[in-house]
Write a protein that binds this ligand. Sequence first.
Ligand code: DHE
Length: 560
Amino acid sequence: MQKKGLFGSALALAILPLAMSSAWAADAPKLTAEEMEKGKLIYFERCAGCHGVLRKGATGKNLEPHWTKTAPDGTKLEGGTLKLGTERLEKIISYGTEGGMVNYDDILTKEEINLMARYIQNEPPIPPEFSLKDMKDSWKLLVPVKDRPTKQMNKVNLKNVFAITLRDAGKLALVDGDTHKIWKILDTGYAVHISRLSASGRYVYTVGRDGLTTIIDMYYEEPTTVATVRLGSDARSVDTSKFKGYEDKYLIGGTYWPPQYSIMDGETLEPMKIVSTRGNTVDGDYHPEPRVASIVASLTKPEWVVNVKETGMILLVDYSDISNLKTTTIESAKFLHDGGWDASGRYFMVAANASNKVAAVDTKTGKLAALVDTAKIPHPGRGANFVHPEFGPVWSTGHLGDAVVSLISTASDDPKFAKYKANNWKVVQELKMPGAGNLFVKTHPKSKNFWADAPMNPERELAEAVFVFDKADLKKEPIRLDVAKDSGLPESKAIRRAVQPEYNEAGDEVWISLWGGKTDQSAIVIYDDKTLKVKKVITDPAIVTPTGKFNVYNTMHDVY
Ligand code: DHE
Protein backbone atom coordinates (compact mmCIF):
# COMPACT_ATOMS: atom_id res chain seq x y z
CA MET A 1 0.00 0.00 0.00
CA GLN A 2 1.17 3.52 -0.63
CA LYS A 3 2.05 6.35 1.68
CA LYS A 4 1.12 9.13 -0.72
CA GLY A 5 -1.23 9.05 -3.69
CA LEU A 6 -1.55 11.16 -6.79
CA PHE A 7 -3.52 13.58 -4.71
CA GLY A 8 -0.31 15.11 -3.51
CA SER A 9 -0.02 16.56 -7.00
CA ALA A 10 -1.05 19.99 -8.20
CA LEU A 11 -3.55 18.35 -10.54
CA ALA A 12 -5.30 16.69 -7.66
CA LEU A 13 -5.44 19.90 -5.70
CA ALA A 14 -6.97 21.62 -8.68
CA ILE A 15 -9.62 19.00 -9.20
CA LEU A 16 -10.46 18.79 -5.56
CA PRO A 17 -10.76 22.44 -4.64
CA LEU A 18 -11.32 21.89 -0.99
CA ALA A 19 -11.07 25.55 -0.11
CA MET A 20 -14.00 25.01 2.15
CA SER A 21 -15.10 26.55 5.36
CA SER A 22 -12.87 25.12 8.03
CA ALA A 23 -15.22 25.64 10.89
CA TRP A 24 -13.52 24.59 14.07
CA ALA A 25 -15.70 22.51 16.29
CA ALA A 26 -15.77 23.94 19.80
CA ASP A 27 -13.14 22.25 21.99
CA ALA A 28 -11.70 20.37 19.02
CA PRO A 29 -7.91 20.22 18.68
CA LYS A 30 -6.68 23.10 16.53
CA LEU A 31 -4.79 22.46 13.28
CA THR A 32 -2.52 24.79 11.32
CA ALA A 33 -3.70 25.73 7.82
CA GLU A 34 -1.08 23.36 6.38
CA GLU A 35 -2.25 20.49 8.60
CA MET A 36 -5.84 21.17 7.60
CA GLU A 37 -4.95 20.88 3.89
CA LYS A 38 -3.04 17.64 4.46
CA GLY A 39 -5.87 16.24 6.57
CA LYS A 40 -8.35 16.96 3.77
CA LEU A 41 -6.25 15.09 1.24
CA ILE A 42 -5.66 12.06 3.42
CA TYR A 43 -9.31 11.98 4.41
CA PHE A 44 -10.38 12.08 0.77
CA GLU A 45 -7.91 9.40 -0.33
CA ARG A 46 -8.31 7.01 2.58
CA CYS A 47 -11.45 7.63 4.59
CA ALA A 48 -14.26 9.28 2.57
CA GLY A 49 -15.13 6.08 0.67
CA CYS A 50 -16.41 4.35 3.81
CA HIS A 51 -17.35 7.24 6.11
CA GLY A 52 -18.67 9.78 3.55
CA VAL A 53 -17.48 13.31 2.80
CA LEU A 54 -19.88 14.73 5.38
CA ARG A 55 -18.84 11.90 7.75
CA LYS A 56 -22.39 10.77 8.36
CA GLY A 57 -21.26 7.15 8.12
CA ALA A 58 -22.09 4.31 5.72
CA THR A 59 -19.92 1.18 5.62
CA GLY A 60 -17.79 3.02 8.17
CA LYS A 61 -19.06 4.71 11.34
CA ASN A 62 -20.30 8.27 11.76
CA LEU A 63 -17.27 10.54 12.29
CA GLU A 64 -18.94 13.85 13.04
CA PRO A 65 -17.40 15.89 15.88
CA HIS A 66 -20.29 15.23 18.26
CA TRP A 67 -19.00 11.67 18.30
CA THR A 68 -15.24 11.99 17.69
CA LYS A 69 -14.48 14.95 19.95
CA THR A 70 -12.94 14.48 23.37
CA ALA A 71 -15.48 15.11 26.05
CA PRO A 72 -13.58 17.25 28.57
CA ASP A 73 -15.82 16.04 31.38
CA GLY A 74 -15.71 12.39 30.30
CA THR A 75 -19.36 12.48 29.17
CA LYS A 76 -20.67 9.10 28.17
CA LEU A 77 -22.71 8.51 25.06
CA GLU A 78 -25.86 6.44 25.03
CA GLY A 79 -24.89 2.87 25.86
CA GLY A 80 -22.08 4.05 28.16
CA THR A 81 -19.39 4.50 25.48
CA LEU A 82 -16.96 7.36 26.04
CA LYS A 83 -16.58 9.93 23.29
CA LEU A 84 -13.50 9.14 21.31
CA GLY A 85 -10.84 11.85 21.51
CA THR A 86 -7.32 11.93 20.06
CA GLU A 87 -5.72 8.99 21.86
CA ARG A 88 -8.54 6.54 21.20
CA LEU A 89 -8.86 7.67 17.58
CA GLU A 90 -5.11 7.19 17.04
CA LYS A 91 -5.44 3.59 18.23
CA ILE A 92 -8.44 2.90 15.99
CA ILE A 93 -6.72 4.41 12.94
CA SER A 94 -3.48 2.55 13.65
CA TYR A 95 -4.80 -0.91 14.41
CA GLY A 96 -8.32 -0.99 12.92
CA THR A 97 -11.37 -2.49 14.62
CA GLU A 98 -13.25 -5.76 14.66
CA GLY A 99 -16.09 -3.89 12.95
CA GLY A 100 -14.15 -3.98 9.68
CA MET A 101 -11.99 -0.81 9.88
CA VAL A 102 -8.59 -1.70 8.43
CA ASN A 103 -5.29 -0.82 10.13
CA TYR A 104 -3.40 2.18 8.78
CA ASP A 105 -0.14 1.77 10.71
CA ASP A 106 1.55 0.40 7.57
CA ILE A 107 0.09 3.11 5.32
CA LEU A 108 0.24 6.35 7.30
CA THR A 109 3.13 7.64 9.44
CA LYS A 110 2.67 8.18 13.19
CA GLU A 111 2.47 11.93 12.57
CA GLU A 112 -0.19 11.45 9.87
CA ILE A 113 -2.22 9.21 12.19
CA ASN A 114 -2.05 11.85 14.93
CA LEU A 115 -3.04 14.51 12.39
CA MET A 116 -6.05 12.50 11.23
CA ALA A 117 -7.14 11.82 14.82
CA ARG A 118 -7.21 15.59 15.41
CA TYR A 119 -8.61 16.45 11.96
CA ILE A 120 -11.76 14.38 12.35
CA GLN A 121 -12.66 16.08 15.61
CA ASN A 122 -13.29 19.24 13.58
CA GLU A 123 -16.32 20.00 11.41
CA PRO A 124 -16.16 18.26 8.01
CA PRO A 125 -15.40 20.76 5.25
CA ILE A 126 -17.98 20.70 2.44
CA PRO A 127 -16.58 20.38 -1.08
CA PRO A 128 -18.12 22.41 -3.91
CA GLU A 129 -20.93 21.11 -6.12
CA PHE A 130 -20.21 20.10 -9.73
CA SER A 131 -22.65 21.38 -12.37
CA LEU A 132 -23.33 20.45 -15.97
CA LYS A 133 -21.30 23.53 -16.92
CA ASP A 134 -18.35 22.27 -14.83
CA MET A 135 -18.66 18.94 -16.61
CA LYS A 136 -18.80 20.61 -20.01
CA ASP A 137 -15.77 22.76 -19.17
CA SER A 138 -13.81 19.60 -18.27
CA TRP A 139 -14.84 17.67 -21.41
CA LYS A 140 -12.06 16.93 -23.91
CA LEU A 141 -12.94 15.32 -27.22
CA LEU A 142 -9.47 14.23 -28.28
CA VAL A 143 -10.56 12.42 -31.46
CA PRO A 144 -14.00 13.05 -33.04
CA VAL A 145 -15.88 9.90 -34.04
CA LYS A 146 -15.45 10.59 -37.78
CA ASP A 147 -11.64 10.58 -37.39
CA ARG A 148 -11.46 7.22 -35.59
CA PRO A 149 -10.61 3.96 -37.38
CA THR A 150 -13.51 2.28 -39.12
CA LYS A 151 -12.09 -1.19 -38.52
CA GLN A 152 -9.67 -2.91 -36.14
CA MET A 153 -6.12 -1.80 -37.07
CA ASN A 154 -4.27 -4.39 -34.94
CA LYS A 155 -4.14 -8.18 -34.72
CA VAL A 156 -4.79 -8.46 -30.99
CA ASN A 157 -7.62 -10.76 -29.89
CA LEU A 158 -9.62 -7.94 -28.30
CA LYS A 159 -12.02 -10.33 -26.58
CA ASN A 160 -9.22 -11.65 -24.40
CA VAL A 161 -7.66 -8.31 -23.45
CA PHE A 162 -7.55 -7.51 -19.72
CA ALA A 163 -8.03 -3.92 -18.53
CA ILE A 164 -6.04 -3.73 -15.29
CA THR A 165 -6.16 -0.84 -12.83
CA LEU A 166 -2.73 0.40 -11.72
CA ARG A 167 -4.25 2.08 -8.71
CA ASP A 168 -1.69 4.47 -7.28
CA ALA A 169 -0.05 5.20 -10.63
CA GLY A 170 -3.33 6.64 -11.98
CA LYS A 171 -3.00 4.39 -15.03
CA LEU A 172 -4.64 1.46 -16.77
CA ALA A 173 -2.71 -1.46 -18.29
CA LEU A 174 -4.23 -3.24 -21.28
CA VAL A 175 -2.71 -6.72 -21.31
CA ASP A 176 -3.02 -9.20 -24.19
CA GLY A 177 -4.62 -12.24 -22.59
CA ASP A 178 -3.37 -14.60 -25.33
CA THR A 179 0.33 -13.64 -25.11
CA HIS A 180 0.34 -12.37 -21.49
CA LYS A 181 2.20 -9.29 -22.75
CA ILE A 182 1.47 -5.71 -21.70
CA TRP A 183 -0.08 -4.12 -24.78
CA LYS A 184 -0.28 -0.52 -23.61
CA ILE A 185 -0.33 1.53 -20.41
CA LEU A 186 -2.54 4.61 -20.51
CA ASP A 187 -3.08 7.61 -18.25
CA THR A 188 -6.46 7.63 -16.55
CA GLY A 189 -8.01 9.13 -13.45
CA TYR A 190 -6.50 8.31 -10.06
CA ALA A 191 -7.19 4.77 -8.79
CA VAL A 192 -9.54 3.69 -11.56
CA HIS A 193 -12.29 1.87 -9.73
CA ILE A 194 -13.86 -0.09 -12.54
CA SER A 195 -13.49 -0.52 -16.29
CA ARG A 196 -16.53 -1.37 -18.38
CA LEU A 197 -16.86 -2.26 -22.07
CA SER A 198 -18.89 -0.86 -24.91
CA ALA A 199 -21.49 -3.18 -26.43
CA SER A 200 -19.22 -3.37 -29.49
CA GLY A 201 -16.23 -4.52 -27.41
CA ARG A 202 -14.17 -1.77 -29.02
CA TYR A 203 -14.16 0.87 -26.28
CA VAL A 204 -12.99 0.56 -22.68
CA TYR A 205 -14.54 3.07 -20.28
CA THR A 206 -12.74 3.82 -17.02
CA VAL A 207 -13.77 5.84 -14.01
CA GLY A 208 -11.16 7.16 -11.58
CA ARG A 209 -11.77 7.75 -7.93
CA ASP A 210 -11.16 11.44 -8.74
CA GLY A 211 -14.16 11.43 -11.12
CA LEU A 212 -12.14 11.46 -14.34
CA THR A 213 -13.75 9.23 -16.97
CA THR A 214 -11.93 8.12 -20.10
CA ILE A 215 -12.91 6.25 -23.25
CA ILE A 216 -10.15 4.18 -24.83
CA ASP A 217 -10.46 2.98 -28.43
CA MET A 218 -8.87 -0.45 -29.02
CA TYR A 219 -9.34 -0.30 -32.83
CA TYR A 220 -6.15 1.74 -33.26
CA GLU A 221 -2.83 -0.01 -33.80
CA GLU A 222 -2.24 0.90 -30.16
CA PRO A 223 -5.11 1.67 -27.77
CA THR A 224 -5.81 5.41 -27.72
CA THR A 225 -7.77 7.63 -25.37
CA VAL A 226 -10.32 9.44 -27.54
CA ALA A 227 -12.21 11.53 -24.96
CA THR A 228 -12.18 12.42 -21.26
CA VAL A 229 -14.61 14.16 -18.92
CA ARG A 230 -14.83 14.80 -15.20
CA LEU A 231 -18.00 13.64 -13.43
CA GLY A 232 -17.36 15.30 -10.06
CA SER A 233 -14.62 15.00 -7.44
CA ASP A 234 -15.22 11.44 -6.22
CA ALA A 235 -16.67 8.58 -8.34
CA ARG A 236 -16.91 4.79 -8.51
CA SER A 237 -19.20 3.65 -11.34
CA VAL A 238 -19.88 3.89 -15.05
CA ASP A 239 -21.85 1.92 -17.68
CA THR A 240 -23.21 2.31 -21.20
CA SER A 241 -26.70 1.93 -22.63
CA LYS A 242 -27.01 -1.70 -23.77
CA PHE A 243 -30.65 -2.26 -24.72
CA LYS A 244 -31.23 -3.20 -28.37
CA GLY A 245 -31.24 -0.09 -30.52
CA TYR A 246 -29.44 1.99 -27.86
CA GLU A 247 -26.09 0.18 -27.87
CA ASP A 248 -23.42 2.63 -26.65
CA LYS A 249 -25.64 5.64 -27.38
CA TYR A 250 -25.26 6.90 -23.82
CA LEU A 251 -22.88 6.56 -20.91
CA ILE A 252 -23.93 6.97 -17.29
CA GLY A 253 -21.52 7.75 -14.45
CA GLY A 254 -22.26 7.83 -10.73
CA THR A 255 -20.48 10.05 -8.23
CA TYR A 256 -19.90 9.91 -4.50
CA TRP A 257 -19.37 13.68 -4.50
CA PRO A 258 -21.48 15.47 -5.42
CA PRO A 259 -24.12 12.79 -4.88
CA GLN A 260 -25.54 12.55 -8.40
CA TYR A 261 -25.41 10.69 -11.70
CA SER A 262 -24.59 12.12 -15.10
CA ILE A 263 -25.57 11.06 -18.59
CA MET A 264 -23.18 11.56 -21.50
CA ASP A 265 -22.93 10.71 -25.17
CA GLY A 266 -21.59 7.14 -25.33
CA GLU A 267 -18.97 7.73 -28.02
CA THR A 268 -17.80 11.28 -27.30
CA LEU A 269 -18.59 11.65 -23.55
CA GLU A 270 -20.27 14.98 -24.25
CA PRO A 271 -22.16 15.82 -21.03
CA MET A 272 -25.96 15.82 -21.43
CA LYS A 273 -27.65 15.71 -18.04
CA ILE A 274 -27.02 15.59 -14.29
CA VAL A 275 -29.52 14.19 -11.78
CA SER A 276 -29.09 14.65 -8.03
CA THR A 277 -29.66 11.69 -5.71
CA ARG A 278 -30.19 13.76 -2.54
CA GLY A 279 -33.40 12.84 -0.79
CA ASN A 280 -34.94 10.59 1.79
CA THR A 281 -33.74 7.24 3.03
CA VAL A 282 -35.86 4.10 3.28
CA ASP A 283 -36.47 5.18 6.91
CA GLY A 284 -37.88 8.52 5.75
CA ASP A 285 -34.98 10.72 6.97
CA TYR A 286 -33.46 13.33 4.68
CA HIS A 287 -29.86 12.56 3.70
CA PRO A 288 -27.60 15.24 2.21
CA GLU A 289 -25.06 12.79 0.73
CA PRO A 290 -26.68 9.72 -0.88
CA ARG A 291 -23.81 8.47 -3.02
CA VAL A 292 -24.14 6.51 -6.23
CA ALA A 293 -22.67 3.04 -5.80
CA SER A 294 -22.96 0.35 -8.51
CA ILE A 295 -24.67 0.99 -11.84
CA VAL A 296 -25.58 -1.62 -14.48
CA ALA A 297 -27.31 -1.52 -17.83
CA SER A 298 -30.34 -3.76 -18.27
CA LEU A 299 -30.71 -5.90 -21.40
CA THR A 300 -34.45 -6.32 -20.75
CA LYS A 301 -35.43 -2.64 -21.04
CA PRO A 302 -33.76 0.67 -21.95
CA GLU A 303 -32.88 1.16 -18.28
CA TRP A 304 -29.97 1.51 -15.93
CA VAL A 305 -30.10 0.12 -12.41
CA VAL A 306 -28.63 2.86 -10.20
CA ASN A 307 -27.96 1.89 -6.59
CA VAL A 308 -27.99 4.78 -4.12
CA LYS A 309 -25.93 3.89 -1.09
CA GLU A 310 -27.17 5.97 1.86
CA THR A 311 -30.89 6.06 0.99
CA GLY A 312 -31.18 2.35 0.14
CA MET A 313 -33.16 3.33 -2.97
CA ILE A 314 -32.63 1.45 -6.22
CA LEU A 315 -33.43 3.62 -9.24
CA LEU A 316 -34.45 2.17 -12.59
CA VAL A 317 -33.61 5.04 -14.92
CA ASP A 318 -35.37 4.79 -18.29
CA TYR A 319 -33.09 6.39 -20.89
CA SER A 320 -35.48 6.15 -23.85
CA ASP A 321 -36.30 9.87 -23.46
CA ILE A 322 -33.47 11.72 -21.75
CA SER A 323 -35.32 15.07 -21.68
CA ASN A 324 -38.34 13.51 -19.97
CA LEU A 325 -36.54 11.04 -17.77
CA LYS A 326 -38.73 8.40 -16.10
CA THR A 327 -37.42 6.77 -12.95
CA THR A 328 -38.81 3.90 -10.89
CA THR A 329 -37.66 4.11 -7.25
CA ILE A 330 -37.45 0.78 -5.46
CA GLU A 331 -37.06 0.71 -1.68
CA SER A 332 -34.55 -1.84 -0.44
CA ALA A 333 -32.10 -1.43 2.46
CA LYS A 334 -29.44 1.10 3.36
CA PHE A 335 -25.84 1.24 2.24
CA LEU A 336 -26.15 -0.29 -1.20
CA HIS A 337 -22.76 -1.09 -2.64
CA ASP A 338 -21.69 -3.56 -5.33
CA GLY A 339 -23.50 -6.34 -7.16
CA GLY A 340 -24.04 -8.39 -10.30
CA TRP A 341 -26.63 -10.16 -12.44
CA ASP A 342 -28.05 -13.59 -11.65
CA ALA A 343 -27.51 -16.27 -14.32
CA SER A 344 -30.75 -15.39 -16.16
CA GLY A 345 -29.82 -11.69 -16.46
CA ARG A 346 -33.25 -10.72 -15.13
CA TYR A 347 -32.40 -10.08 -11.46
CA PHE A 348 -29.77 -7.64 -10.26
CA MET A 349 -28.31 -8.75 -6.92
CA VAL A 350 -26.91 -5.86 -4.88
CA ALA A 351 -25.36 -5.86 -1.43
CA ALA A 352 -26.80 -3.52 1.21
CA ASN A 353 -23.56 -4.09 3.01
CA ALA A 354 -23.91 -2.46 6.42
CA SER A 355 -27.46 -3.87 6.67
CA ASN A 356 -26.16 -7.43 6.08
CA LYS A 357 -28.61 -7.97 3.25
CA VAL A 358 -28.66 -8.60 -0.48
CA ALA A 359 -31.45 -7.02 -2.53
CA ALA A 360 -32.71 -8.85 -5.63
CA VAL A 361 -34.24 -6.45 -8.17
CA ASP A 362 -36.55 -7.88 -10.81
CA THR A 363 -35.72 -5.73 -13.83
CA LYS A 364 -38.62 -7.26 -15.79
CA THR A 365 -41.37 -6.18 -13.37
CA GLY A 366 -39.43 -3.20 -11.97
CA LYS A 367 -39.97 -4.42 -8.42
CA LEU A 368 -37.97 -5.75 -5.53
CA ALA A 369 -38.04 -9.55 -5.75
CA ALA A 370 -36.52 -10.08 -2.30
CA LEU A 371 -34.33 -8.76 0.48
CA VAL A 372 -32.15 -11.65 1.59
CA ASP A 373 -30.57 -11.72 5.06
CA THR A 374 -26.93 -12.74 4.91
CA ALA A 375 -23.85 -12.96 7.12
CA LYS A 376 -21.98 -9.76 8.04
CA ILE A 377 -21.05 -7.18 5.36
CA PRO A 378 -21.69 -8.94 2.06
CA HIS A 379 -19.21 -7.80 -0.62
CA PRO A 380 -19.86 -9.61 -3.90
CA GLY A 381 -17.96 -7.57 -6.49
CA ARG A 382 -20.24 -8.79 -9.26
CA GLY A 383 -20.78 -12.14 -7.48
CA ALA A 384 -20.56 -15.57 -9.10
CA ASN A 385 -23.26 -17.79 -10.65
CA PHE A 386 -23.37 -21.55 -10.97
CA VAL A 387 -25.75 -24.50 -10.73
CA HIS A 388 -25.39 -26.02 -7.27
CA PRO A 389 -25.55 -29.85 -7.30
CA GLU A 390 -28.20 -29.84 -4.56
CA PHE A 391 -29.92 -26.42 -4.73
CA GLY A 392 -29.96 -25.46 -8.43
CA PRO A 393 -28.98 -21.99 -9.72
CA VAL A 394 -27.21 -19.87 -7.09
CA TRP A 395 -25.58 -16.44 -7.04
CA SER A 396 -22.83 -16.00 -4.48
CA THR A 397 -21.26 -13.31 -2.38
CA GLY A 398 -18.29 -13.25 -0.04
CA HIS A 399 -18.27 -11.21 3.17
CA LEU A 400 -15.93 -8.62 4.59
CA GLY A 401 -17.18 -9.25 8.09
CA ASP A 402 -17.66 -13.04 8.26
CA ALA A 403 -15.60 -16.09 7.32
CA VAL A 404 -18.15 -17.44 4.83
CA VAL A 405 -19.28 -17.23 1.23
CA SER A 406 -23.11 -17.15 0.95
CA LEU A 407 -24.85 -19.00 -1.85
CA ILE A 408 -28.29 -17.53 -2.63
CA SER A 409 -30.81 -19.52 -4.68
CA THR A 410 -32.03 -17.47 -7.67
CA ALA A 411 -35.29 -17.82 -9.61
CA SER A 412 -35.36 -19.21 -13.12
CA ASP A 413 -37.96 -19.53 -15.89
CA ASP A 414 -36.26 -22.72 -17.10
CA PRO A 415 -38.66 -25.65 -16.30
CA LYS A 416 -35.71 -27.89 -15.40
CA PHE A 417 -35.06 -25.67 -12.37
CA ALA A 418 -38.72 -25.48 -11.25
CA LYS A 419 -38.08 -28.00 -8.45
CA TYR A 420 -35.79 -25.51 -6.69
CA LYS A 421 -38.43 -22.75 -6.48
CA ALA A 422 -39.01 -23.16 -2.74
CA ASN A 423 -35.33 -22.27 -2.16
CA ASN A 424 -35.45 -19.04 -4.15
CA TRP A 425 -34.04 -15.92 -2.45
CA LYS A 426 -32.70 -17.87 0.51
CA VAL A 427 -29.13 -18.48 1.54
CA VAL A 428 -28.98 -22.21 0.81
CA GLN A 429 -25.38 -22.78 1.88
CA GLU A 430 -22.51 -20.93 3.52
CA LEU A 431 -19.07 -22.04 2.36
CA LYS A 432 -16.55 -21.88 5.16
CA MET A 433 -13.57 -19.57 4.55
CA PRO A 434 -10.47 -19.65 6.78
CA GLY A 435 -11.12 -16.02 7.77
CA ALA A 436 -13.13 -12.87 7.00
CA GLY A 437 -11.96 -10.03 4.74
CA ASN A 438 -13.16 -11.36 1.39
CA LEU A 439 -13.70 -8.83 -1.38
CA PHE A 440 -14.28 -10.84 -4.56
CA VAL A 441 -15.51 -14.27 -5.71
CA LYS A 442 -15.44 -15.68 -9.22
CA THR A 443 -16.29 -18.73 -11.28
CA HIS A 444 -16.82 -19.57 -14.95
CA PRO A 445 -19.41 -21.80 -16.67
CA LYS A 446 -16.58 -23.96 -18.10
CA SER A 447 -14.78 -24.36 -14.79
CA LYS A 448 -15.27 -26.76 -11.91
CA ASN A 449 -13.72 -24.27 -9.51
CA PHE A 450 -14.95 -21.36 -7.42
CA TRP A 451 -12.38 -18.76 -6.33
CA ALA A 452 -12.49 -16.42 -3.33
CA ASP A 453 -9.91 -13.91 -2.05
CA ALA A 454 -9.40 -12.48 1.47
CA PRO A 455 -7.32 -9.31 0.95
CA MET A 456 -8.82 -7.43 3.89
CA ASN A 457 -7.96 -10.13 6.43
CA PRO A 458 -5.40 -8.76 8.92
CA GLU A 459 -3.37 -12.04 8.81
CA ARG A 460 -0.67 -11.99 6.15
CA GLU A 461 -1.06 -15.64 5.20
CA LEU A 462 -4.72 -15.14 4.42
CA ALA A 463 -4.52 -11.70 2.77
CA GLU A 464 -1.74 -12.89 0.45
CA ALA A 465 -3.63 -16.05 -0.59
CA VAL A 466 -6.71 -17.13 -2.55
CA PHE A 467 -9.01 -20.06 -1.85
CA VAL A 468 -10.36 -22.48 -4.45
CA PHE A 469 -13.52 -24.51 -3.82
CA ASP A 470 -14.60 -27.54 -5.85
CA LYS A 471 -18.12 -26.79 -7.17
CA ALA A 472 -18.92 -30.51 -7.30
CA ASP A 473 -18.15 -31.00 -3.60
CA LEU A 474 -18.65 -27.80 -1.70
CA LYS A 475 -18.34 -29.48 1.69
CA LYS A 476 -14.63 -29.97 1.03
CA GLU A 477 -12.26 -27.35 2.43
CA PRO A 478 -10.94 -24.96 -0.20
CA ILE A 479 -7.40 -25.30 -1.52
CA ARG A 480 -5.21 -22.41 -0.41
CA LEU A 481 -2.90 -20.88 -3.02
CA ASP A 482 -0.17 -18.64 -1.61
CA VAL A 483 -0.14 -16.01 -4.33
CA ALA A 484 2.67 -13.92 -2.79
CA LYS A 485 4.94 -16.98 -2.61
CA ASP A 486 3.88 -18.21 -6.05
CA SER A 487 4.81 -14.82 -7.54
CA GLY A 488 8.49 -15.55 -6.82
CA LEU A 489 8.94 -11.95 -5.65
CA PRO A 490 11.17 -11.31 -2.62
CA GLU A 491 9.36 -11.00 0.71
CA SER A 492 8.17 -7.50 1.53
CA LYS A 493 7.52 -5.73 4.82
CA ALA A 494 4.01 -4.62 3.91
CA ILE A 495 1.32 -7.19 3.14
CA ARG A 496 0.81 -7.77 -0.59
CA ARG A 497 -2.90 -8.38 -0.94
CA ALA A 498 -4.04 -11.05 -3.38
CA VAL A 499 -7.12 -9.51 -4.91
CA GLN A 500 -9.91 -10.08 -7.45
CA PRO A 501 -9.73 -13.39 -9.34
CA GLU A 502 -10.69 -12.87 -13.02
CA TYR A 503 -11.04 -15.54 -15.73
CA ASN A 504 -9.72 -15.26 -19.26
CA GLU A 505 -12.09 -15.55 -22.22
CA ALA A 506 -11.68 -19.35 -22.51
CA GLY A 507 -12.34 -19.88 -18.82
CA ASP A 508 -9.14 -21.89 -18.29
CA GLU A 509 -6.92 -19.30 -16.57
CA VAL A 510 -7.47 -17.22 -13.45
CA TRP A 511 -5.62 -13.93 -13.04
CA ILE A 512 -4.96 -12.55 -9.54
CA SER A 513 -3.55 -9.12 -8.66
CA LEU A 514 -0.81 -9.17 -6.05
CA TRP A 515 -1.30 -5.64 -4.74
CA GLY A 516 1.88 -4.47 -3.03
CA GLY A 517 3.03 -1.03 -1.83
CA LYS A 518 3.65 1.72 -4.33
CA THR A 519 7.40 1.27 -4.11
CA ASP A 520 7.31 -2.57 -3.87
CA GLN A 521 7.15 -4.72 -6.98
CA SER A 522 3.61 -5.93 -7.52
CA ALA A 523 2.52 -8.67 -9.93
CA ILE A 524 -0.31 -10.34 -11.80
CA VAL A 525 -0.16 -14.07 -11.07
CA ILE A 526 -1.89 -16.27 -13.65
CA TYR A 527 -3.01 -19.76 -12.59
CA ASP A 528 -4.04 -22.68 -14.75
CA ASP A 529 -7.62 -23.24 -13.58
CA LYS A 530 -7.39 -27.05 -14.00
CA THR A 531 -4.04 -27.78 -12.37
CA LEU A 532 -3.98 -24.74 -10.03
CA LYS A 533 -0.31 -24.32 -11.02
CA VAL A 534 1.20 -20.94 -11.88
CA LYS A 535 1.25 -20.39 -15.63
CA LYS A 536 2.78 -16.94 -15.77
CA VAL A 537 3.76 -14.08 -13.48
CA ILE A 538 3.59 -10.60 -14.98
CA THR A 539 6.07 -8.44 -13.08
CA ASP A 540 7.13 -5.29 -14.76
CA PRO A 541 8.24 -2.07 -13.06
CA ALA A 542 5.17 -0.51 -14.70
CA ILE A 543 2.86 -2.88 -12.81
CA VAL A 544 2.30 -0.56 -9.84
CA THR A 545 -0.40 -1.46 -7.27
CA PRO A 546 -2.66 -3.54 -9.57
CA THR A 547 -6.21 -4.03 -8.29
CA GLY A 548 -9.27 -4.63 -10.53
CA LYS A 549 -8.95 -6.63 -13.76
CA PHE A 550 -11.63 -6.77 -16.40
CA ASN A 551 -11.49 -9.33 -19.18
CA VAL A 552 -13.16 -7.84 -22.24
CA TYR A 553 -15.33 -10.84 -23.18
CA ASN A 554 -16.39 -11.71 -19.62
CA THR A 555 -17.18 -8.08 -18.78
CA MET A 556 -19.18 -7.57 -21.99
CA HIS A 557 -21.22 -10.72 -21.45
CA ASP A 558 -21.43 -10.67 -17.65
CA VAL A 559 -19.68 -14.02 -17.34
CA TYR A 560 -19.18 -14.54 -13.61
FE1 DHE B 1 -14.45 -0.80 -4.69
C1 DHE B 1 -16.36 -2.17 -7.22
C2 DHE B 1 -16.97 1.31 -3.92
C3 DHE B 1 -12.77 0.10 -1.85
C4 DHE B 1 -11.68 -2.39 -5.83
N1 DHE B 1 -16.35 -0.52 -5.42
C5 DHE B 1 -16.94 -1.17 -6.47
C6 DHE B 1 -18.27 -0.64 -6.67
C7 DHE B 1 -18.42 0.35 -5.75
C8 DHE B 1 -17.22 0.43 -4.96
C9 DHE B 1 -19.64 1.23 -5.57
C10 DHE B 1 -19.26 -1.11 -7.73
C11 DHE B 1 -19.07 -0.35 -9.01
C12 DHE B 1 -20.00 -0.81 -10.13
O1 DHE B 1 -20.13 -2.03 -10.35
O2 DHE B 1 -20.62 0.03 -10.80
N2 DHE B 1 -14.82 0.44 -3.12
C13 DHE B 1 -15.92 1.23 -3.02
C14 DHE B 1 -15.85 2.00 -1.80
O3 DHE B 1 -16.66 2.89 -1.43
C15 DHE B 1 -14.70 1.50 -1.01
C16 DHE B 1 -15.22 0.66 0.16
C17 DHE B 1 -13.86 2.58 -0.36
C18 DHE B 1 -13.30 3.59 -1.29
O4 DHE B 1 -12.79 4.61 -0.81
O5 DHE B 1 -13.33 3.42 -2.49
C19 DHE B 1 -14.01 0.63 -2.06
N3 DHE B 1 -12.54 -1.11 -3.96
C20 DHE B 1 -12.06 -0.64 -2.78
C21 DHE B 1 -10.68 -1.02 -2.60
O6 DHE B 1 -9.95 -0.75 -1.61
C22 DHE B 1 -10.27 -1.81 -3.80
C23 DHE B 1 -9.90 -3.23 -3.38
C24 DHE B 1 -9.07 -1.20 -4.52
C25 DHE B 1 -9.26 0.21 -4.93
O7 DHE B 1 -9.21 0.44 -6.13
O8 DHE B 1 -9.46 1.09 -4.12
C26 DHE B 1 -11.55 -1.77 -4.61
N4 DHE B 1 -14.10 -2.07 -6.23
C27 DHE B 1 -12.86 -2.57 -6.55
C28 DHE B 1 -12.99 -3.37 -7.74
C29 DHE B 1 -14.34 -3.32 -8.14
C30 DHE B 1 -15.01 -2.49 -7.18
C31 DHE B 1 -11.85 -4.15 -8.40
C32 DHE B 1 -14.99 -4.01 -9.34
C33 DHE B 1 -15.21 -5.45 -9.09
C34 DHE B 1 -15.88 -6.15 -10.24
O9 DHE B 1 -15.57 -7.34 -10.42
O10 DHE B 1 -16.72 -5.55 -10.92
